[in-house]
Design a protein around this ligand. Sequence first.
Ligand code: ZN
Length: 239
Amino acid sequence: MEYFSSLAFVLKKEPSGEQDRVYTFYTKNYGKLNLLAVGSQKLTARLSGHLERPALVWIKFILGHRPKLVSALEENNFLPIKKNQSALLSSLKILSFLDEFTLEYQVDEKIWNLLFESFSFLEKNISHGKTIADFVYFYFQSQLIKISGWEPYLKDCLICHQKANYFNFGQKGLLCQKHRKKDDLFLTESGLKSLQLLFNSSLKNFQSLNSLKEILKNKEVLEKFLSDFSFFLKSDIIG
Ligand SMILES: [Zn+2]
């Protein structure tokens, strides 16, 4: 039997039958994988200690008709994140968001790096509490949307290239007062600036607490935009 192994983040677990579980992983080498943990309760109990989210683990598994998890070894259990309620909540939202936006067996180094860097950044700056927790979730959503090929056009009006503050989901870009449509989402000047920063900057640009606070001044705008836009992408493009 051929064994495979990879570094992986645990995305979720679901019961399967009486004793089994299916774990969903985002792996470095194989993309997203659903692996059955076959259940003598002893085995699942032994594994589950290492697989409590958020967790970075080394997994060994078998592929084929029913891919199975063989073993899991903790690489980082993110204890500081688990101990901080805001950070824990954000990290679980990141993992669900990733799960919703990816298909199985699609290896993507950029997504892996984004995931890895987002968790490292959150862990490293955990002393910033809710500020860092909120920021990292916004950053992750924006960057994953961008990597997946749906970067929104946030510069000026798509049609006349004048100043614009209305976002059209269908066209994935801004429209001005003159070209806007009825249901477009209004974005304030400052909200737009925060969005541009989230989509176009790397984490290196957010080293100071002030830079995070500056972005989060527009928390409501970011929340509304990112949740509406991802809802649109999921329902319209992914199906
Ligand atoms: Zn226009």
